[in-house]
Design a protein around this ligand. Structure first.
Ligand SMILES: CCC/C=C/C=C/C(=O)SCCNC(=O)CCNC(=O)[C@H](O)C(C)(C)COP(=O)(O)OP(=O)(O)OC[C@H]1O[C@@H](n2cnc3c(N)ncnc32)[C@H](O)[C@@H]1OP(=O)(O)O
Length: 316
């Protein structure tokens, strides 16, 4: 990791810049973020960030006039932001939503044209290959940051969630959407196989290879009702307002629990996706032989037994 990247992460985790300067404000807009967060690491141009409830962060895709199409800057900022929140002790749950008409139109097709130009600058296939390899890896790492984040990420989708949007939400922990949301694994329509997560995660998310392959081979639009019945989203909401308040209410509940218990639960559930039941049990036994000695455990058990006030857990 480069020194400047390390600095950026440390700033997000510890300093009152971008994120912390706006902590506890119910909402904020992009211009407020930009002016308050001038300085390295805190200056997101494509995301708007606030902390509307204790220990809850709200990250908004914020290129509304481009339908939140994901350009290179947004790919990079998503990772930078989520990695920062991953180690921010004031963050225990993240809601990811989007500003404007749609959740996202997928990858920014104009940006793809720029990539084409960069490729055209060399005739050498090995060098073209390296450019593509680096780009795909950068974008894969951006999406995977949601899965790798120890804090649960709840995605709240309204209207269109296309292409890279499906990659993004399938890497999150919990998906909610509005009744007018629709989804498309549209990569096949732009002549490519999805390569930043959908092919790996969607079959597990919908629990059906048949449905996932149908969606990936055809790029057909699937509506909120089908997303709900297939388990891709766990709740539907009539409109954006109720969607966001539902997602934030859920995040608040998660944030009220022991942060050790929640992060360990996420870690073990993700581990168990790729391992046998016995391996999953071995993994959680190792984690809990440490975690059951934590103050959180003692405090939470005591609170359950005494029906006392909600325990207040130390920052992690
Ligand atoms: C290494 C790569 C890894 C990642 C790969 C990811 C791949 C993908 O994401 S594949 C999917 C790419 N996206 C699309 O194909 C989306 C195409 N757009 C649509 O289907 C519709 O625009 C949409 C349903 C999102 C919105 O429909 P609506 O009727 O509300 O708006 P439109 O009139 O169609 O669009 C308004 C203007 O936005 C421009 N636009 C739409 N999508 C994109 C995009 N992805 N990138 C750039 N610009 C986009 C659209 O052309 C219109 O522009 P204008 O005509 O100038 O107003």
């Amino acid at each position: 990791m480069s020194l400047s990247r390390l600095n950026t992460l440390m700033k997000l985790a510890t300093q009152p810049t971008a994120i912390r300067a706006i902590q506890m404000q119910p909402q904020r807009n992009l211009s407020a973020l930009s002016s308050e967060s001038a300085g390295p690491g805190g200056h997101f141009k494509t995301l708007a960030i606030s902390s509307p409830k204790p220990f809850v962060y709200h990250v908004e895709l914020h290129r509304p006039s481009q339908l939140n199409a994901i350009n290179k800057q947004m790919w990079m900022e998503i990772k930078e932001c989520i990695d920062g929140l991953a180690i921010n002790p004031d963050c225990r749950a993240i809601v990811l939503s989007a500003a404007g008409k749609h959740f996202t139109a997928g990858i920014d097709l104009n940006d793809m044209m720029n990539l084409g130009q960069a490729l055209a600058e060399t005739d050498d296939y090995a060098r073209k290959g390296i450019i593509l390899e680096r780009t795909i890896k950068l974008y894969q790492d951006s999406i995977s940051s949601l899965e790798q984040c120890p804090k649960p990420v709840i995605t709240a989708v309204h209207r269109a969630c296309i292409g890279a949007g499906v990659d993004l939400i399938t890497a999150s922990d919990i998906r909610y959407c509005t009744e007018d949301a629709f989804f498309q694994v549209k990569e096949v329509d732009i002549g490519m196989a999805a390569d930043v997560g959908t092919l790996q995660r969607l079959p597990k998310v919908v629990g059906s290879q048949s449905l996932a392959r149908e969606l990936c081979y055809t790029g057909r639009r699937f509506e909120a009702a089908e997303a709900h019945s297939s388990g891709m989203v766990s709740r539907l909401f009539p409109d954006r307002e109720s969607l966001l308040s539902g997602a934030l209410a859920l995040a608040e509940i998660i944030a009220s629990k022991s942060p050790i218990a929640v992060r360990t639960t996420k870690e073990n559930m993700i581990y168990s996706l790729e391992h046998t039941n016995q391996q999953g049990l071995d993994h959680i036994r190792l984690l809990n032989k440490l975690n059951l000695q934590s103050e959180d455990f003692a405090q939470a058990v005591a609170a359950q037994l005494t029906k006392d006030e909600k325990p207040v857990f130390a920052k992690l």
